[in-house]
Write a protein that binds this ligand. Structure first.
Ligand SMILES: *[C@@H]1O[C@H](CO)[C@@H](O)[C@H](O)[C@H]1NC(C)=O
Ligand SMILES: *[C@@H]1O[C@H](CO)[C@@H](O)[C@H](O)[C@H]1NC(C)=O
Ligand SMILES: *[C@@H]1O[C@H](CO)[C@@H](O)[C@H](O)[C@H]1NC(C)=O
Length: 369
């Protein structure tokens, strides 16, 4: 009996001490506080509300008969996928505390995780010209805004589409858009040039041998920044200010080398990170996700084509991947046929399927041969 009571007292003592200890740690270590903070962040009533933005572009004409918008709305599949209410561009008024808090919890590309507040605020503060809030600075004379988006696919070699491309109101080009020597195939007009700093600088290196020695420049041309990482914001800020890049990956670069001497906020459009995320998740949700440490992203051409599809009344896509891509070289400017290169972070077959389907549904025209 005495032995049992001894054991009982011993057990009671152990229990008391451990309770006290647990209590002590629970209240003094970081653990419970972090736990509470996590719970708070993810509980449904703390999910931040989607910020309502003012419209980001002049609406395409409602007076355009048979506009792609009306076709989309009448289409059972695409009527549900497309949302024309998304803010396409980002400018100073979008940089609010709520947006900052939300996007800094999302990974790059398209989130702001790891991008400093000071870089973002000092960059976005400069995007305060009304031209930063819409894509088209002026409406073309007709009722319909007709756009050509020119990808760099080999299908354009020998296509003789230059005149048809230039006949559009606005021509979008991207990355290694070689023109000299290919005027008959790809035209000469460039209203918008789109890129990430990474794709722009890589194009200058990789396609120099094909004559891509300079980013397209002209007084009327506007640049579309696709913000995918810190360096894009730093370059944009330096470009508006007309100053050498002060820090980071591109330190010392002269933006005028890329964008010409007339630097001003008016020259630049910045795609809204939320718009890019919307495009990726609605239209180009790929099975390729976190393979090998990198995140799947749509190609620059895909982002541009979908941007045009959300802002023009008519869209023609040239130089985009088609079913018979194997008949053509990777790019139109190559001198010898090269097989189409499938980068691991893109899903070109998924993109090919989407272009073909949008063409079939009459929402855009895909150049095929
Ligand atoms: C889009 O905006 C229009 C009016 O601006 C509104 O009637 C419509 O309900 C909105 N659609 C969505 C999906 O928010
Ligand atoms: C835009 O920002 C610049 C730099 O901060 C400033 O000098 C300019 O006055 C602003 N313009 C407008 C229209 O707010
Ligand atoms: C481009 O077309 C020309 C003639 O149209 C042809 O000689 C050349 O081989 C083609 N280039 C490629 C890379 O296919």
């Amino acid at each position: 009996m005495a032995r049992w009571s001894q054991i009982f007292i011993y057990l009671a003592a152990v229990l008391t001490v451990s309770t006290v200890l647990v209590d002590y740690f629970y209240n003094t270590s970081e653990f419970p506080r972090i736990l509470k903070a996590r719970v708070r962040q993810t509980s449904p009533d703390h999910v931040p509300e989607r910020t309502k933005f003012p419209p980001s572009q002049k609406k395409p004409g409602s007076s355009c008969p048979g506009s792609l918008k009306s076709k989309v709305k009448a289409d059972p599949l695409y009527g549900k996928l497309f949302s024309f209410n998304e803010s396409m561009l980002m400018w100073d008024r979008h940089f609010t505390l709520a947006v900052w808090k939300r996007l800094q919890n999302q990974k790059t590309p398209y989130g702001w995780n790891g991008i400093s507040y000071s870089v973002l605020s000092s960059t976005l503060k400069l995007m305060n010209d009304s031209a930063n809030s819409w894509l088209f600075d002026a409406r073309p004379p007709g009722n319909c805004v007709r756009c050509a988006v020119v990808g760099n696919g080999g299908i354009l070699n020998g296509s003789r589409q230059g005149k048809a491309i230039d006949d559009h109101d606005f021509v979008f080009r991207l990355n290694g858009a070689v023109i000299r020597g290919f005027e008959k195939d790809v035209g000469t007009k460039t209203s918008f040039y789109a890129f990430t700093v990474n794709t722009m600088k890589n194009s200058l290196i990789a396609y120099k041998v094909y004559g891509f020695t300079k980013i397209p420049q002209s007084e009327d041309l506007r640049y579309i920044f696709i913000p995918s990482e810190l360096r894009d914001y730093i370059m944009l800020k330096s470009a508006i200010l007309g100053l050498p890049v002060p820090e980071g990956f591109d330190k010392g670069d002269q933006p005028s080398k890329y964008f010409g001497p007339q630097a001003s906020a008016k020259k630049f459009k910045l795609l809204h990170p939320d718009f890019l995320t919307y495009i990726r998740s609605r239209f180009l949700k790929s099975e390729i996700k976190f393979r090998n440490d990198f995140l799947y992203i749509p190609s620059t051409g895909a982002l541009m084509l979908l941007t045009a599809l959300h802002s023009c009344d008519q869209v023609s896509a040239y130089g985009f991947i088609t079913d018979n891509y194997q008949h053509f070289s990777d790019h139109y400017f190559e001198r010898e046929k090269k097989p189409v290169l499938f980068y691991g972070n893109h899903d070109m077959l998924l993109e090919a399927k989407l272009w073909k389907d949008l063409h079939k549904h009459g929402i855009m025209t895909l150049y095929q041969r």
